[in-house]
Structures are given as structure tokens and as C-alpha cells.
Write a protein that binds this ligand. Structure first.
Ligand code: SAM
Length: 174
């Protein structure tokens, strides 16, 4: 077998795996669709949601890690949960190249299997049915004063205390 043939086979395998992932992610309503960072910058520039070195931040369904990296650059300790191993690996490599490995940590697992009690700000850009699976767990585990921010979709039966653009803010009150 020559090298060109092996390269073509490998390339085809990668394409097939990627196509299966795309199909599966749309069927299970868990596609990777990134947030726009410019909008988040505008949001946090309002100073109403401070994010600094004392902030424990988490992006649930962290995709390619852009939100964690964005939060870490503002000083936060940033965690993410992502069950797609390729995106988790990509996040780790990107984080290492940016010298942010100490500030950013991605957990490669299902978001249902995590404890959220340490976080001050929780960010989610997920379909409503997935966020609502987590809603009770978050309201039970998060400490009073913590903020949940959802992008585009809202939490069922909970009123956001603030809406900016397509971001919805919820406060934990106990
Ligand atoms: C719309 S993307 C958002 C990515 C990122 N948070 C952003 O705003 O740029 C949703 C991500 O959630 C991940 N995801 C969906 N369900 C998940 C689950 N049960 N556990 C962990 N990650 C999940 C998907 O793989 C996808 O990368």
C-alpha cells in the first residue's frame, strides 16, 4: 500500500466520523453552534455582572471552549462541561497554546454528572429541553446570589430578572 492510498483512506474515515457526529448531534438536538463573543463583551461591559479573578465561571456545553477562554481572559476561573471528546480535546489544545491551562478546565462528560455548587456564573447555550433537565439541579446546588445566563432560549417557569439582547439572566435566591 502506498502512502497516498493510506492518506485517502484516513481522510475518508475522518469525513465519515464527522458526518456521523453532525447527524447524531442534530438528531439529539445537541449541535455545536458557537456564541458570538462580541455580544458577550457588550453584555459584561455594562458592569452589572462583574467578572474578575474572584469569579468561578462555568459554560455548560462548552463547545470549542471560546466562552471559557473569554471568561479566563477577564480573570475568572473558568470551567466547562462538554461531552464531545473532539471539542474537549480541541479546547485543551487551544487553552494550552494560549497559556491559560491553569485558568481553564474542561470536563469531558455529560452535564448531568457534575456538581455546580462552586460557581458564581453559569452560562448555557443549549436547547430548552436540555436546559430544563438541569434547571432544578442548578437551583438546588448553586449558592444564593449566583447568576445563570442563558443564550437565546429561556428556562421554563422561571422569570428572568433581566433580558439583554437575546441573553436571559436568572438569580439564585433562597
Ligand atoms: C450550542 S453549543 C454551545 C457552545 C458554547 N457554549 C458556546 O456558547 O459557544 C452546545 C454544546 O453543548 C454540548 N452538549 C450538549 N448536550 C450536552 C450534554 N448532555 N453534556 C455535555 N455537553 C453537551 C454540545 O456538544 C455542544 O458543543
Amino acid at each position: 500500500m502506498n502512502t497516498a492510498f493510506i492518506a485517502i483512506i484516513l481522510f475518508e474515515i475522518i469525513l465519515i466520523v464527522f458526518a456521523i457526529y453532525l447527524l447524531w448531534s442534530w438528531l439529539t438536538k445537541t449541535p455545536f453552534y458557537p456564541s458570538q463573543l462580541k455580544k458577550l463583551d457588550k453584555l459584561f461591559n455594562e458592569k452589572e455582572i462583574p467578572i474578575d479573578s474572584s469569579t468561578n465561571f462555568i459554560d455548560i456545553g462548552s463547545g470549542d471552549g471560546r466562552i471559557m477562554i473569554w471568561a479566563a481572559k477577564k480573570g475568572a476561573m473558568a470551567h466547562g462541561i462538554e461531552y464531545n471528546p473532539f471539542l474537549s480535546l480541541f479546547t485543551r489544545v487551544k487553552t494550552a497554546f494560549k497559556g491559560l491551562s491553569k485558568k481553564v478546565r474542561v470536563f469531558n462528560k455529560d452535564f448531568k454528572n457534575h456538581n455546580y455548587s462552586d460557581y458564581d456564573i453559569v452560562y448555557m447555550y443549549l436547547f430548552p429541553e436540555h436546559m430544563n433537565i438541569l434547571k432544578e439541579k442548578l437551583f438546588r446546588e448553586l449558592k444564593p446570589g449566583s447568576t445563570i445566563i442563558t443564550n437565546t432560549f429561556t428556562l421554563e417557569e422561571v422569570e428572568p430578572y433581566k433580558i439583554v439582547d437575546k441573553f436571559y439572566f436568572y438569580k439564585i435566591v433562597k
